[in-house]
Design a protein around this ligand. Structure first.
Ligand SMILES: Cc1cc2nc3c(=O)[nH]c(=O)nc-3n(C[C@H](O)[C@H](O)[C@H](O)COP(=O)(O)O)c2cc1C
Ligand code: SF4
Ligand code: FES
Length: 576
């Protein structure tokens, strides 16, 4: 039976019900509302957590964070209450909440998660440092108040293995350290010593910004200095920064700006280093950029894993306003929620708008149609960090720092089997051999075998090719790229097949699922790469389809490590 026969009132005279057309408006309403029933109590609970309206649609993720922080999860009833308060469909709230890894949506009647969540990084550098053994040991403890969750790179690869106990970051993690913090409820971030506004001002900080705001520099001069100095985007793509600012300026106003602080590429931790040590140098660069492109508003998009950085920014940003250092723009701080793809600039913009982080098709480019469809400047944290120094010391100073034909400094994030891993500030164009030397050589007992020149996406090169300058445009002919300059050093103790599989699993987990070549391709690749013998022909075919037909850089680059292992490390795999 269906609605048309149940509810039809008029018969045919022969006892048969005449169906009533659904669009006629003559059908009876259902006796109860469709779907779940809204509870007034849930609405009031949400109001108590997020405050009184008006509620802004772009702040949906911020509201979800507030509920998750308070409740430890997102019960379905509260999501319904939130949808009601915001006057948007429940489906919209649900699709956003379930997209991000840091939100725990709990169906009605289901148990809530344990009080403490421990996220153990399982990405490459942590895997090489024993993350699997750590996870196994923690799981064997079986504490009902603590749950152990696998997580992708948390931006601390030099101190692997790493875990987060709630929001507390644990370097060189052991089961004992983790469980002690979890049991004692030590789940809050520890803010490191950093250069405060007063200290930065005392060292001559914000002088360049003040000169810009006072009209002592023209925008054209500043852009010319960045271009002459050779500053390029350090988020991964290496686009010339001065040219990008000019392109955005050429678009009609009002214009906006976004800072990419998502830093999710496994192996990368340089942005975090600057944010936790000299946040104001970056903030000054950001404010100079906002002045140059006349951005009405700036959105700092900071990954949720960087809780200490979020705390630093919450303390320091109001001081900027109070010191009248940002009279020309409005600064907004936005918190990611555990999605690597939100580092891709158009996905980040979607997320800033309070949506799922699905990359957009281009053109139009974000410089033309970005946040709220306005022309938008997107820059990486480290790119902006260099701006005040290049202007105060002059472009020639920066340009002359490079070697092997490259320009400027680079902050290489070096991890893996070196004696002293960490952020290495070195001339652009340095080689992997240089970096190993600067890190005190290989770790004891390890012989150099190969390296990732550009994080998970940048492919893998053998030790015999460790004298190539690590700069934009130098590695592409080998099927690799330098990206965010995350260099992971591998040794004779590493199985390249396991390395490539770890990286492909990362992409499988982090694919946004929007396009088939990436969503299905990464999953299929993981299956094929897990077999004892690799079907080389099939894998190469799959890699080509993913490269050619994926919408964004994630799917296009996901097969780079796989292709590198086939090309450079044939002895590490059995093929058929
Ligand atoms: C899958 C993917 C992830 C990315 N992740 C980041 C990131 O975490 N941080 C970042 O600054 N750029 C990231 N990018 C690059 C950005 O899309 C963009 O090029 C960059 O933020 C622009 O700033 P820049 O010119 O200063 O480098 C990513 C790109 C892709 C394709
Ligand atoms: S390539 Fe992957 S991450 Fe990018 S849009 Fe397609 S499915 Fe999403
Ligand atoms: S923190 Fe574990 S790989 Fe980066």
């Amino acid at each position: 039976m269906n609605d048309m026969t149940i509810n039809g009132r008029r018969g045919n005279g022969d006892g048969r019900k005449k169906p009533i057309h659904p669009g006629s408006g003559r059908r009876n309403a259902l006796l109860h509302p469709k779907g779940r029933v809204l509870s007034c109590e849930d609405v009031e609970t949400v109001r108590g957590i997020i405050g009184d309206g008006p509620y802004e649609r772009p702040l949906l993720i911020e509201y979800l964070h507030k509920i998750q922080d308070r409740e430890g999860c997102l019960p379905a009833g509260l999501l319904h209450g939130l949808a009601d308060l915001m006057q948007i469909p429940m489906a919209e709230v649900y699709e956003v909440a379930t997209f991000y890894a840091h939100f725990d949506v709990i169906p009605d009647g289901a148990p809530r998660p344990p009080a403490v969540t421990v996220r153990v990084c399982e990405s490459l550098s942590c895997m090489m440092a024993g993350a699997e053994q750590l996870i196994a040991a923690l799981q064997s403890e079986a504490n009902p108040d603590v749950r152990i969750v696998r997580a992708p790179c948390v931006g601390s690869c030099a101190t692997a293995p790493v875990a987060h106990v709630g929001h507390r970051h644990v370097d060189h993690a052991t089961p004992e350290k983790i469980m002690k913090l979890a049991v004692e409820g030590e789940t809050h971030p520890q803010v490191p010593d950093y250069q405060t506004l007063d200290q930065y001002l005392a060292s001559g900080g914000y002088e360049v910004l003040k000169a810009c705001l006072a009209g002592k520099h023209t925008v054209d001069d500043v852009i010319a200095m960045l271009s002459d100095g050779g500053l390029r985007g350090l988020g991964g793509a290496g686009f010339p920064t001065g040219r990008k600012w000019s392109l955005v300026r050429a678009e009609p106003g009002p214009r906006l700006m976004a800072v990419n602080g998502d830093e999710g590429e496994p192996g990368t931790f340089k942005d975090r280093h600057y944010l936790e040590t000299r946040p104001h140098q970056f903030l000054e660069g950001m404010l100079i950029a906002a002045w140059a492109v006349e951005a009405q508003e700036v959105f700092i998009y900071m990954r949720d894993e960087y809780q200490a950085v979020l705390e630093i920014l919450r303390r320091e940003l109001p001081k900027l306003q109070a010191a009248n250092l940002a009279p020309h723009t409005r600064i907004n701080l936005r918190r990611g929620a555990g999605a690597y793809i939100c580092g891709e600039e158009s996905a980040m913009i979607e997320s800033i708008e309070g949506k799922r982080g699905l990359p957009r098709h281009r053109p139009p480019y974000v410089a033309q149609v970005g946040i709220f469809n306005r022309p938008t400047l997107v820059n990486n944290v480290e790119t902006l960090y260099w701006v005040p120094e290049i202007i105060s010391k002059g472009p020639a100073w920066f340009e002359s720092q490079g070697v092997n034909g490259a320009k400027g400094f680079r902050s290489y994030s070096v991890s893996g089997h070196v004696a002293n891993p960490g952020v290495v500030l070195a001339p652009a164009g340095s080689t992997a051999n240089d970096l190993i030397r600067l890190c005190g050589g290989m770790a004891e007992g390890h012989t150099f075998k190969g390296y990732l020149p550009g994080g998970a996406s940048g492919g893998i090169l053998p030790a015999s090719m460790a004298d190539i300058p690590l700069d934009f445009g130098q590695l592409e002919k080998h099927g690799c790229f330098v990206g965010s300059h995350a260099v992971v050093i591998l040794s004779d103790k590493d199985d390249m097949k396991a390395v490539a599989l770890n990286l492909m699993k990362f992409f499988e987990d982090e694919s946004c699922g929007q396009c088939t070549p990436c969503r299905n391709g990464t999953e299929k690749a993981v299956q094929l790469m897990s077999r004892p013998a690799w079907d080389k022909e099939l894998l190469e075919d799959l890699a080509q389809v993913m490269r050619d037909a994926s919408i964004c850089g994630l799917g296009q680059a996901a097969s780079n490590p796989l292709a590198s292992v086939i090309k450079f490390f044939p002895g590490d795999i059995v093929t058929k």
